[in-house]
Structures are given as C-alpha cells and as structure tokens.
Design a protein around this ligand. Sequence first.
Ligand SMILES: Nc1nc2c(ncn2[C@@H]2O[C@H](COP(=O)(O)OP(=O)(O)OP(=O)(O)O)[C@@H](O)[C@H]2O)c(=O)[nH]1
Ligand SMILES: [Mg+2]
Length: 412
Amino acid sequence: MREKEFAILVSDKKCCNYDPLEELKQLTKTAGAETIDCLRFDFSHPTANLFIGIGQAEKLRDLCVKKNANLIIFDRELSPVQQRNLEEITQVKVIDRTQLILDIFAQHASSREGELQVELAQANYMLTRLTGKGTELSQLAGGIGTLGPGETKLEYDRRKIRKHITLLNNRLKKISLHRELQRKKRKENMVALVVLIGYTNSGKTTLINRIASSNFAQGDKLFLTLDSVMRKIDVGNNQKAILVDTVGFIRGLPHQLIASFKSTLEEVNYADILVHVIDSSSMDIEGNYKVVTDILKELNVSDKPTVTVLNKEDKLTTGEKRQLQRIFPEGIFISAANGNNIEKLKAKLSQILETKREIAKFSIPFDKMNIVSIIHEQGNIIKEEFTDSGIKIKAEIPRELSGKLAEYQTKK
Ligand SMILES: Nc1nc2c(ncn2[C@@H]2O[C@H](COP(=O)(O)OP(=O)(O)OP(=O)(O)O)[C@@H](O)[C@H]2O)c(=O)[nH]1
Ligand SMILES: [Mg+2]
C-alpha cells in the first residue's frame, strides 16, 4: 500500500476462540493501512460472482460511502471475478487476505533473497490471476477458434511473467547454492542446529535476542522476520549450537509464499532440534499451535525432536498456567522479554544434545594441533596430558565428531 489507505475489513463470523477480525486488523495495521470499520458476514456459502450476497455487497458499498473508505480487505482469497465484481459495485479497491500478506512481506523483505522470494510469490500470484481473466476474456472473444485481442495480450503478459519467474528462480538458486555451502561447512564443524519456529508474533526474535544477546528487529508486528538469521550459542556445559530464527506462520499463509520461502525454511529440515515458540497469552493458543504443526507436516519435519515453549508467561495468571500445563505437559513456560526460565530452556536443549555426545579418549600427535583445538571447541575436556609422542585427551564430545576422529582414539 503506497498512499494512506482507509480500510473496511470484511471477515467471517467469530469461530470458537479465534477471532478472524482481530488478526485481520493486526495484518492491516502492519501493512500500513487504517481500519475504519469492520463487517462480519457468514462465509460458509460463498457465491461465484461476489463471494458474498448482493444485499451484503450493497451494504458494503453504503458503508464505504458513509465512512469515506478507499479500500476493502476480505479475509479470504477472492477469485479475480469476485474481486472485480465487488470493485464494480462498491467503486472501491478490493484486496484479499493473500494480497494483504504478500504486501506485508514485500514491505518487510530486507535481504536480497527475501526480496526475490517475495517477488516470486507475487509473480506466481499474478499468473493465477491472469488465468482467471483469460477464461473471462475468451468468452468475450466469442467465436470458436478465434483469438480475441484481449487474449493475445494476455498470452503476451503470461509469457512475460513466466520468463520473469524463471529469472527469479535462477537467481534464487544461486543464493541457495551459497547457503548449501555454508550448511556443509557447519556440518563439517558438527555444530548442532536449533531452529525456532512458531506463529507470527509469538516472540521468536525476542527469544534469539535474549539467548544470543543479539539485536535483531523484534516488535508487535506480524511477519517482522522474513530471513532465517542465526547466531552461535552456548547451551551450557560447553555445548555449542547454532540458533536460527525463521519466518512466522499464520492461518491461510498463501501457498505461493510457502513455495517461495522453501529455501529459507530449509533450515528447518536440517534442524537437530525444533523449538516451537507459542504465545501463551494469545486468544487461540491451540488453534495457532495446530496451524504451525500442520505447516511442519507439510514441510515433512514433524518427527524432529521438538521443545515446546510457552512464551509470554509474564502475562498469565497462576490459574491460566495450570490449565495450559495440562494441555502442553512438556511445555516450558518462559518469558523471552524478561528472561524468566531461559536457563531451564537451555538445560532442556543441553539434555537433548547430550544424547548425541559420548566420552572418548584420544592420542594426538603434536603436528595435529588443529584437532586438539576442535576437541576443545566442541567438547568438555575431562583430562589432558602431554606425553613424548603427543597429547592425550579424555573428553566428552559429539558422537559424530568422535566417529570422525576414530583414527586418533585409544582405549586407555
Ligand atoms: N509480555 C511479553 N511480550 C513478549 C515476550 N516475548 C515477546 N514479546 C513481545 O511480542 C511481540 C512480538 O515479538 P517478536 O519477537 O518480534 O515475535 P516474532 O515471533 O519474532 O514475530 P514475527 O517475526 O513477526 O513472526 C513484541 O512486541 C515483543 O516485545 C514475553 O515474554 N512477554
Ligand atoms: Mg521475528
């Protein structure tokens, strides 16, 4: 959204604890528009032409005039036909939830990769829109086998967008290769990967900032983080890990975005541990939880060791905590904002990583001091002794590293 927009929001009826209007208001605010009124309709029987009924569309038109609105935002994906018909009746620009989310992503993309991913999602969205228009235009063209003027232009537009999509995909592939190299290097160093995932605004960035003393942008906005940023951390007991912050999830996350952000989200595939950050002060904790676990299923990573974190515990009463603990018996209450229980979370991570470690003994010649440094860097030294032939070390180190250093291992 470029110039100031005054929006009327249209959503479905409230369902259980989830209030679609509240989330839509937040999305609208994040996109930079001002909500001036809201309407709730029953979305269970959408019509092909308008999505809502004609009477409801007229009500919407009257409200736009009365409130001087210049934008209508629908909390659903509209077909191009529905969108155009609604614009014709109301004489106001109409956008749907997908466009709104794409718009926010476009505004927040800061890295080259993020920008390309959003552009790709937008191009794919546009392509589906053109297909819709095509059906309509070919009807206008009438005659069997004849190409209407609109259609020829349409083919041209489609070809242009497809070409652009190929270009974007190629550029993204290059960045992805670089990412792959970094990943390989990390794997060689055998540092564990701990990935934060969760609903948008649950406090993932606040948590990474808290644990890693970093300074990434956090705030009461949706989709503030789009890039998978990472920091090295020590979870205690000299166990190092890389902590990764990722893009937040939301209901109805446009599939074009999931597809475009696949390479960023790939970190999730390589994670040793996932930390699912839940906003425990949200109105619909279980609904949000399900949205996240469903996307994880889609990404094929449901079987990863997962630590559930109930963040923003500072906002809860003792009674609310008790109730939540019943729903998430393994959940750890923390406050990323004030640092409460962060040590408990680190201890849990350390405990999981511990199962990937073992105690081993090595005898390392003096000309392999680099190996001694690796053991020091990643392990806990239990005993170290200088002998005539080299250095003898007893240490607790990652199993994988121990296997790699097998030729230097000794029994005593
Ligand atoms: N009261 C309270 N607020 C918190 C806590 N943790 C985070 N917040 C607030 O929640 C809001 C969202 O925090 P972020 O860390 O940006 O959330 P995120 O999950 O990274 O959000 P996206 O990147 O947009 O997906 C901010 O206003 C934080 O100050 C907490 O423990 N307690
Ligand atoms: Mg964030």
